[in-house]
Design a binder for this molecule. Sequence first.
Ligand SMILES: [Zn+2]
Length: 224
Amino acid sequence: MFENVNDRRVWSSDLSNSFSVSDFGLQVTKIMEDESSPQAQGRLAWKNIVPPRAQLQVWFLLQGKINTKERLFRLGATRIEDDRCILCKEETETVEHLFFCCKSSSNLWYHCYKCWDLSFCLPKDPKTCLLSWVGTPFKRFNKRLWTAMFYVVAWTIWDIRNKMAFQDFKPNWEFEKKRLFWRLGTWTKGWCPNFPFAPGLLEDDLKVVRGWTGTRAPRRGRLC
Ligand SMILES: [Zn+2]
């Protein structure tokens, strides 16, 4: 930008342009507070980077309207023999347990953290988890990719759970981790037709994919 001055990285939220962990914490808190406003809460599930069915599912998740066995049992549904989690058969199948606390499903979230080089403790309720998820300091395409991954994981957990409940499905959890990235790539192609990466190779090429700059934010009505 200036002649005779070397380029250097700056932390733009601080007047001195120098990074500090405490300022980083303040910025994340501010984003989470902004996203916690009543207006933002209503918009929270509706990110135009995944199919509408996935947005609707996360909206149901945030509203506590997912028909887990605990909910059906509580509402007096017939033909529900018990309220045990279908994935682990050990705990009560609440939304919090099924999506975030169950040892099987939580591994999918932690796999994403690992792939994005993050070290977080997974929050135990949908709203806090989504707020902390979108509060990470990623930028541009990487931010949209990371945000979409929340929907992918939530969709995948519910899909596995239903297939186990109704189709006698036995998940291979290592394969399901790979399926997360295949699904992410497929959904990304839905709003970004020129996305050049093959869904099957997304996980292996993730570092390159995260830095891709060949797209702009999606406009409404472009999702498949
Ligand atoms: Zn479980």
